[in-house]
Ligand binder design. Structure first.
Ligand code: BGC
Length: 929
């Protein structure tokens, strides 16, 4: 396969990205560039690269780098390479390409060109005013205060020969923007949720093709959104504030910049020259739904020539000087897929029930024909009662109802709400005159458009369904922020859920941009005492909401995971002072004890924090978990300090980890290594989550976390693994873990040589287990192990019973890292480990792919009779340590030849049922008897 020496290399740079995105708009001053490498040559590496950046396609084609020529840079870097050329100004478009030299020092071809465009880099670039229309007084309702959505319009006369046009647009609230009737962009819920007191994001759209010389009409609709609408459970808990957490009146800021062929420029901005009115969108609220009265439409409002004399002048609102206006760094919310109704069932009272076949987050498209004034009401539910009625109790105070009033168009009417979303599979519709066709309702799946990154299939249907459920639950909850659930009056960026699931999430989708955004939310939400909050963004939806061990650590665990997964040291640098301040806070909370003894967190509500939320049986002491987490994140701080060259800090954190480990064992373990607690310190448990169940240190959750977090030495780890197995056996072979115990459970079993026990739990269908949800009909991950039981019904609907809650889906980490066996080595998977765990029974084949920032990794294993086959694909410029399972003592073949060291394979050792080898890039087919 090696190339003749005279030929150029086949090494090719593909998938060029800037700040994690393909041809984006960014306001990062020195954007980071990345590419992936392809080559048909085994063991291929990049020995050098060259990047060229130019201000025009022509100059780039001629390799005239007027912005930056990196020159030939030695080394294997292919990602997080910072632009270091001439300083970039607002609005510039940068064209770039890259080429790489291979292991023989031969250059590959130049890549295809890619671009990025600079946004508005300074606040002074913004000439637009915030405009609004205060309709709060019109929002009077009995339970809900829901004002109508204001419309805005303005006409602009443009000259001929428009060369380039950009729309920069944002809102405090949610916006939709139109030019000459056309909706601009495909994004939903723009500009996204932030702490609007500190920052708001804007979108940039290339609207060159949407404008024409002469009269153009600009239009916008605003809704309350996260800014002014209802949030979380504020209404449910009787919080003094239930809506309008950031402001009452949604505002718009837009700037249309037009460049003519002759070099002339024109800027049209929101200001008091805009007209406003309210009309068909009578109510629009994320949690409570949208009401659209089509009889109140203003036909042609967003077309030139519309008579707006009845519209009033928009009001200009002052800017907040210290509020940043930044380019949206995340992935926008987009339509993922449409779902056709599977069935339509008539129900009493002229209602019809549509089943869309999958629980998801999104909206519907309604098609209806009827008379003017006919009213269609849509209610949404995730599941049905045994009698076939839609179950909505679990939505709690989220009204989640959309209403459409017909204008009476004989051709039929189509409506899609745009400022609300629901978590549902079923839609109950009332108000049809005639029995509806199946396409009267179409599901529209919305999600943050995180690129797909992984796949996982086995020969076991139950496990495949579980994986399907995990993927759909992530899709439903990665919705601008990582939410707990998409349906009830909550939908908050719960930090505990986020931290426990983040590693799992990386395997399904590329979450780098999504988390780049949310980590800003999380750090913007750091409290005055420096603790990270329980949800971010953090409008206090309950006065007593503070912080919680197991939740707050998201402030360290999430950046760490992004660093490891994407080789991203910028997140470490950006949030380093915040993370240090948080650890200082945690250090103060030890009261000089190094660790947290029982009842250390009586000052928060609930006492001790949320602990092992929704576990079964006796509670693991929250202080013990807080201690384990403290050690765990301190170790992460040490590693991150090293990554950014802070060796003194690294040594200090490392030393503290050791102290925490020792103090943990001294306090929470007896001389045999068995975990214990002083349960008496919790009194009768009053004020603690499930405190009445009593506390015990000897739990599955305790051992699983201690092992997973490397808080024990080798001997103690082995013992802890045995205790863990004993506890599972004593519990009739079942798990008992909650939010904090479930993620480490299977990894801890695997780490201590109990892979078969891990598989047993994975394949169990008894309560509580993942399989129990599947056999009870789940197509998403449930909040509770027994959210619904066939023949028995629901568990605690009115309290908390979400059917789309990703926390228990954190088993995904084990599916990829252990069942398929893909584990990160050097950050960004520059090196990685393939060590699949072969199941004793139940599963005979696993096939997984993971598209890392260094390219696609594949692993597939299959057992047939005595033979185990393992196929592995290692991307160019990476190295893997592969553990080839040797079930029997026979020979190992690679692509049908005896396995031996060669140019891209190096034998390491045979132990514990594996032959380990180090391999360079390429595809390898190993078989062993
Ligand atoms: C949310 C959780 C969250 C928890 C705090 C719940 O209401 O849905 O997922 O982490 O509160 O314990």
């Amino acid at each position: 396969m090696s190339q003749p020496a005279w030929a150029d290399s086949d090494l090719k740079a593909v998938r060029l990205r800037t700040e994690y995105k393909i041809n984006p708009v960014t306001d990062v001053a020195n954007p980071r560039l990345s590419w992936e490498l392809t080559s048909a040559v085994r063991g291929q590496v990049q020995t050098a690269y060259q990047i060229v950046v130019a201000s025009s396609v022509q100059q780039l084609a001629a390799t005239k780098a007027d912005l930056w020529d990196s020159g030939k840079v030695m080394g294997n870097a292919t990602n997080q390479v910072e632009y270091k050329g001439v300083p970039l100004a607002s609005r510039m478009i940068c064209y770039w390409k890259v080429r790489s030299w291979d292991k023989n020092g031969q250059p590959g071809a130049w890549s295809s060109p890619a671009t990025w465009e600079m946004g508005l880099l300074s606040k002074a670039d913004w000439k637009a005013d915030w405009i609004g229309n205060d309709l709060t007084a019109l929002g009077k309702g009995k339970t809900y205060h829901l004002p109508p959505a204001p419309f805005f319009r303005k006409e602009a006369i443009l000259k001929p020969a428009i060369k380039r046009a950009r729309l920069y647009v944002t809102a405090l609230g949610l916006y939709e923007f139109y030019i000459n009737e056309k909706r601009i962009g495909k994004d939903y819920f723009t500009p996204g949720w932030t702490d609007y007191n500190k920052r708001v994001y804007y979108q940039t759209y290339d609207v060159t093709a949407d404008l024409k010389p002469g009269k153009n009409a600009l239009g916008a609709i605003l809704a309350d959104g996260w800014y002014a609408g209802y949030l979380g459970y504020a209404l449910l808990v009787g919080n003094p504030v239930v809506r309008g957490f950031y402001g009452d009146v949604p505002l718009l800021k837009a700037q249309l910049e037009v460049e003519y062929a002759n070099g002339g420029k024109e800027v049209i901005t929101t200001n008091q020259g805009w007209k406003t009115n309210h009309g068909p969108i009578v109510e629009a609220d994320i949690l409570n739904g949208e009401t659209y009265n089509a009889t109140l439409e203003f036909p042609g409002w967003n077309k030139p020539g519309f008579t707006d004399s009845a519209w009033k002048t928009a009001a200009v609102y002052p800017d907040k000087a210290d509020r940043d206006v930044d380019v949206y760094p995340g992935d926008p919310i987009r339509v993922f897929q449409e779902l056709k109704a599977k069935t339509v069932t008539p129900k009493p009272g002229g209602k019809y029930l549509f089943d869309l076949g999958q629980n998801f987050a999104g909206i519907v498209r309604l098609r209806v024909t009827g008379n003017k004034g006919d009213t269609i009401r849509l209610r949404y539910g995730e599941v049905l009662f045994p009698n076939g009625d839609i179950m909505t109790e679990n939505l709690r105070k989220a009204r989640a109802t959309d209403t459409y009033v017909l204008k009476g168009d004989k051709q039929g009417e189509t409506w899609v709400p745009r400022f609300t979303y629901h978590g549902f599979q079923y839609v109950e519709v009332s108000g049809f005159r005639m029995p509806p066709a199946k396409d009267a309702i179409t599901g529209i799946v919305l999600t943050s458009a995180t690129p797909e990154a992984g796949s996982f299939t086995t020969d076991n249907k139950l496990v495949n369904q579980l994986y399907h459920n995990i993927v759909w639950t992530q899709r439903s909850n990665y919705f601008d922020v990582p939410t707990d659930c998409p349906q009830r009056d909550e939908r908050l960026g719960w930090t505990g859920d986020a931290q426990t699931y983040v590693q799992s999430a990386t395997f399904n989708n590329d979450i780098a941009a999504f988390y780049t955004k949310w980590l800003v939310d999380l750090n913007d939400a750091q409290r005055a005492d420096k603790a990270y909050p329980i949800y971010a963004p953090a409008p206090n939806v309950r006065k007593t909401d503070t912080y919680s061990p197991g939740w707050s650590e998201a402030g360290i665990i999430c950046p760490y995971t992004i660093y490891k997964t994407y080789n991203d040291t910028r997140v470490i640098r950006a949030f380093w002072p915040n993370m240090v301040a948080y650890l200082d806070f945690m250090a103060r909370k030890t009261n000089g004890d190094v660790i947290y003894k029982e009842a250390s967190f009586e000052d928060i509500s609930p006492k001790g924090g949320f602990g092992d939320w929704l576990s079964v049986g006796k509670k693991t002491p929250p202080d013990m978990l807080a201690t384990l987490y403290y050690g765990y994140v301190t170790a992460m701080m040490a590693e991150m300090a090293t990554a950014i060259g802070k060796s003194t800090e690294a040594a200090a954190y490392e030393a503290n980890v050791n102290k925490i480990r020792q103090a943990f064992l001294a306090h929470y373990a007896d001389e045999t290594g068995k975990f214990k607690t002083n349960a008496a310190a919790y009194g009768d448990g009053e004020g603690y989550v499930d405190g009445k169940m009593g506390f015990d240190g000897h739990t599955q959750t305790a051992y699983a976390n201690a092992i997973y977090m490397h808080m024990l030495n080798a001997g103690q780890t082995a013992k802890a693994g045995n205790w863990l197995v004993d506890l599972i056996e004593a519990n009739n072979g079942k798990l008992s873990t909650g939010f904090l115990g479930v993620k480490p459970l299977l990894p801890a079993l695997s780490a201590t040589g109990h892979s078969n026990e891990a598989y047993k739990l994975l394949l169990s269908t008894d309560y509580p287990s993942w399989g129990f949800e599947v056999v009870n009909g789940a197509n998403t991950i449930w909040e509770r192990w027994n959210s619904y039981v066939k023949g028995k019904g629901f568990e605690n609907n009115a309290g908390m019973n979400s059917f789309n809650h990703y926390a228990f889906g954190s088993v995904n980490e084990w599916l990829f890292e252990n069942a398929a066996g893909i584990k990160v080595g050097k950050p960004g998977y520059r090196t990685f480990i393939i060590r699949p765990e072969i199941a004793g029974t139940g599963i005979n084949a696993v096939d997984a792919t993971y598209h890392s920032i260094n390219g696609p990794i594949k692993t597939a294993w299959k057992k047939t009779g005595k033979m185990t086959a393992l196929t592995v694909t290692v991307p160019a410029n990476t190295k893997a340590t592969v553990f080839i399972p040797v079930t029997h003592s026979g020979e190992i073949l690679e692509s049908n030849k005896p396995l031996e060291s060669g140019s891209s394979i190096r034998m390491i050792e045979r132990s514990n049922g594996y032959q380990s080898v180090e391999v360079g890039s390429g595809t390898y087919q190993f078989t062993s008897q």
